[in-house]
Design a protein around this ligand. Sequence first.
Ligand code: FAD
Length: 466
Amino acid sequence: MQIFWHRRDLRVADNRGLATAAESGAVVPVFVFDDDVLAHAGAPRVRFMLDALAALREAYRERDSDLVVVRGDPAEELPRLAAEYDADRVVWNRDYSGLARTRDAAVRRALNDADVPREAVHDAIHHEPGSITTNAGDPYSVYTYFWKKWRDREKADPFASPDADSLADVSGAALPSIEDLGFAEPEAAVQAAGTEAARERLGAFCADGIFRYAEDRDYPERDATSRLSTDLKWGTIGVREVYAATEDAAAEADGGDEAESVEEFQSQLAWREFYAHVLFFNPEVVTENYKEYENDIAWRDDDEALTAWKEGRTGYPIVDAGMRQLRAEAYMHNRVRMIVAAFLTKDLLLDWREGYAHFREYLADHDTANDNGGWQWAASTGTDAQPYFRIFNPTTQGERYDPDATYIKEYVPELRDADADAIHDWPNLSPTERERVAPDYPAPIVDHADRREEAIAAFEAARGDD
Ligand code: FAD
């Protein structure tokens, strides 16, 4: 008997650890609800996870097996389950984030003490940390060089799903409810979870959107991205399966633009792996700036502004639309994530950690590496980040990427009757004009031009520039 411990790989297909375990004996699939991990989670993420676990359990039941679920400390539960099932080995897929590595080290020690062999294999990304390095053998801090090597490196094929013969005939206890885990049902409409739902998203995207991705991906109202981030975060679909679908699309691409568009999408998959490597080699970035400034940045302390940002009431329409999309869907479009993060850290000069904590609570796709990478990019404190003096103007960003204000109107009902020009000109309208155009929508809480100067000065002071 083998135990396979599911964590961020809630699928049976294209799962390297599961396939490895299934090679040498009947597998008992296990999931452990770990209170230390739940303490860092938000309700939307837990909702998606529970739905994904229900789909995973179904996949095992179809194979005459079941998912064994327990709640507790994995370092205690896994040796206990190994004894209960008389298991020869416990297998899992590696997780590269700091908290998970600390937990896994404790599990390894506990299994050693119990004399249970274990094996951790590489699954969550194509190329493991340490496998793509500079010629001097160091991890990359510049994405473009990383991407070139990532692109040219051979990728593994998807792993086969285990069949009923390689799974143990076990039955598991019922899954807990979200309330049992200490969370209220989220207000957000969280997307459907499980491999089938992920495959539908992947299939629809690779049949069409992927060929326009390069041109459309920055325009939130075009809804032109894959929406696979939560699937990739929870591993309801394997990275090899996703990549193979993009290669099939590349083979069907009609000429240069479409092929480039497929490659543009693949390069986003590589950003995910770049940030996984950054986090692996710099676990301190979860709480610390990646870049070393001589002094800490003098972030402001302004609860009122922070609350207005969180609630989508800053008076900058594209920012407010993004913050409300987050609450409504547990998701936000990438371009808008960049805009709201720049607004928090530059216009409001509030610490990126405040924004990261809010995203961690509300995003279903929150992923330590990507969220941290995105925040530190926008805050100009990260690796290969936006230069501190290149500050997004939220008004021109809105004009450029949501010219008809379709996205804004979808999420900000107070602006639905206003015309796009007035929406984009909102910060420059007089109080009387604002009252006429959208009486219920707030005035801008800051002046972008003033705040831009202040932010540049704060970063220069932190850098020790004169
Ligand atoms: P697509 O455009 O279809 O991209 C495909 C996949 O590539 C994504 O699902 C994701 O896995 C990966 N990807 C795309 N862009 C990036 C990127 N910039 N960095 C890393 N991986 C990327 N992504 C998360 O998965 N989790 C997060 O918690 C997260 N937080 C972010 C916070 C900020 C401030 C910013 C600026 C970006 C953040 N991102 C995060 C990256 C990006 O916004 C999302 O991955 C993307 O919007 C998800 O939508 P999609 O699946 O349709 O993306």
